[in-house]
Design a protein around this ligand. Structure first.
Ligand code: NAD
Length: 515
């Protein structure tokens, strides 16, 4: 089913604005002469260009952040906390405005954009409690007259590099914690949806954050490499595809930086025969097709332990038929269930994986190739796709597709399903659906994946736990947010201190104490 939007327009290149950097507390137009197009994925129109930084702009951004750090790290805890609370209040009050910016550049439906903001806001709220999380520890009289204590100090200038699929949530996994801990952040957003970062910058300023503490450096590989190679930048927090995560991890480590490097995923849902199949079908459709499958925690494979596969495929097919696909902004107040993909290039890549599955012998039960939306014929839409009998040797099974393509793989036992999950190269998220608590408990113990859902399809941990996968979904061991986040953005000092008691000291003043 489709939604028709008659408001679709096309914009010519000469008319479109250029999205700037945010440096020294203000928008800074680019001088590099390099830009990239920013599309409205629902219409296919170029709605803006984004600046792509050159070395002079990279240097200016880092220098401004360095100056900002010197000011901000001297602020009292109480003053820093008041800025965080103000930021949280403004974000909360104006989040619909931000959601509409996300939808216009990413394409996801507005309610889903609101959802990502809420998940980011959770981290802001966690960060407001930072005094408790960075207060260090004290051991009195560790040895006679000797106290040992620890301080947690900020790193300095830290770099955050984010992917297109969560232009607000992913930056907010890192930025509030880094800032709360006294660091200055340079954010390099995805060049595909760069405007949300500028909105966040304006709100930080409004909240009272000094200039230079939050900087937005727009760009591509050159900007990323500028951060990786800078001696001033102390750490890199990256979220994106696995090959780039690996490059970031290796390069930043070689350059002596701390690294958080989160990569791609291929998430399985294991359905045991005792599961409630209506619940499973609902959740598989939400987790497979929400945000058009452009989520690192999306479910892309359903492992159906026989004899449930036929029933489950029928139930999923029925639900797919009811999905509405259209402009994520909605039409006349009616929002679709799913918007377009981010670019035509990405749509064609997703489509090629369905071709591969078919060529490898799979059955395409619901085929989203060639899908169009009335009034949006140039939009980057791809219909929800359901595949049955996908051979596990197919690249459509082993590789991340990152689109609305759900594959069902039939297995004969829990053990066969578990072995398939554990043989994959990714380990981001997984889920088991069963009414057997013992089986679920065994699964959580045996599965080689970082985040596990039990009758929950997208188990993104709440802000006070930490987010991170295993294997090629996370390089190194530094996870995002939660206690891991505060540890990452602070450097610990351990101090061993001896103050000699005046009574045993050989001086006449005794520190002014009457002995
Ligand atoms: P991407 O790797 O293409 O881009 C991520 C960032 O890296 C962007 O800011 C981009 O400008 C930059 N970049 C791209 N190519 C680069 C290069 N050659 N050198 C240096 N920097 C480069 O990822 P994407 O397409 O924006 O996002 C989708 C991917 O992100 C998917 O693989 C998805 O699974 C993953 N992702 C993972 C998580 C997680 O938590 N593990 C969360 C969200 C997205």
């Amino acid at each position: 089913m489709t939604i028709t939007d008659t408001s679709a327009t096309s914009t010519t290149d000469s008319a479109v604005p250029v999205i700037a950097h945010w440096i020294d507390g203000a928008e800074r137009p680019s001088t590099s002469g390099r830009t990239a197009p920013v599309f409205n994925p629902a219409t296919g129109a170029v709605q803006a260009h984004v600046a792509l930084a050159d070395q002079a702009e990279i240097d200016a951004a880092i220098a401004s952040a360095d100056a900002g750090f010197r000011v901000w790290s001297g602020y009292s805890i109480a003053k820093r906390q008041s800025v965080l609370f103000a930021f949280r209040e403004i974000l909360n009050a104006r989040k619909l405005e931000l959601a509409e910016i996300i939808t216009a550049e990413h394409g996801k439906v507005v309610s889903d954009a609101m959802g990502e903001i809420l998940r980011g806001q959770e981290v802001v709220e966690l960060a407001t409690g930072f005094p408790h999380l960075i207060k260090g520890a004290f051991s009195e009289n560790a040895s006679s007259g000797i106290d040992v204590y620890s301080l947690k100090q900020p790193l300095g200038v830290v770099g955050v590099i984010s992917p297109f699929n969560f232009p607000v949530m992913v930056p907010l996994w890192f930025v509030p914690i880094a800032i709360a801990a006294g660091n200055a952040v340079v954010l390099k957003p995805s060049e595909k949806d760069p405007s949300a970062a500028l909105w966040l910058a304006r709100v930080w300023k409004e909240a009272g954050l000094p200039d230079g503490v939050f900087t937005v450096l727009q760009g591509d590989k050159a900007a990323v490499d500028g951060l990786l190679n800078s001696r001033v930048v102390q750490s890199i927090s990256f979220v994106g595809s696995t090959p780039i995560a690996q490059y970031i991890y290796e390069t930043a480590s070689k350059n002596g930086k701390r690294v958080q490097a989160l990569g791609g995923a291929k998430n399985h849902m294991l359905v045991l025969p005792d599961a409630d199949l209506d619940l499973v079908a609902d959740q598989a459709v939400n987790a497979g097709f929400g945000a058009a499958g452009e989520r690192c925690m999306a479910i892309s494979v359903v492992l159906a332990v026989e004899p449930v596969a036929d029933d489950l495929i029928a139930k999923i097919t029925e639900r797919i038929a009811a999905l509405k696909i259209g402009n994520g902004a909605g039409v006349d107040g009616v929002e679709p269930d799913m918007g377009p993909l981010i670019t035509d290039v990405h749509r064609d890549k997703v489509s090629s994986y369905v071709d591969i599955a078919e060529a490898d012998g799979a059955t395409i039960v619901v085929d989203g190739r060639g899908f169009t939306v009335d009034g949006h014929e140039d939009g980057f839409f791809f219909g929800p796709t359901l595949i049955d009998g996908l051979p596990t040797t197919s690249r459509a099974y082993t590789e991340e597709i990152f689109g609305p393509v759900l594959s069902v793989v039939r297995v004969d036992s829990y053990d066969e399903g578990l072995a398939l999950i554990n043989s994959g190269e990714f380990g981001n998220g997984t889920a088991i659906f069963t009414n057997d608590g013992g089986a679920a408990r065994r699964f959580q113990n045996e599965v080689q994946v970082g985040m596990i859902g039990i009758n929950v399809p997208i188990p993104v941990p709440v802000a006070y736990h930490s987010f991170g996968g295993w294997k090629k979904s996370l390089f190194g061991d530094a996870k995002a947010y939660g206690v891991h986040g505060f540890d990452f953005f602070t450097r610990e000092k351990a101090i061993t201190s001896r103050w000699i008691d005046p009574a045993t000291r050989n001086d006449s003043t005794h520190g002014g104490i009457n002995l």
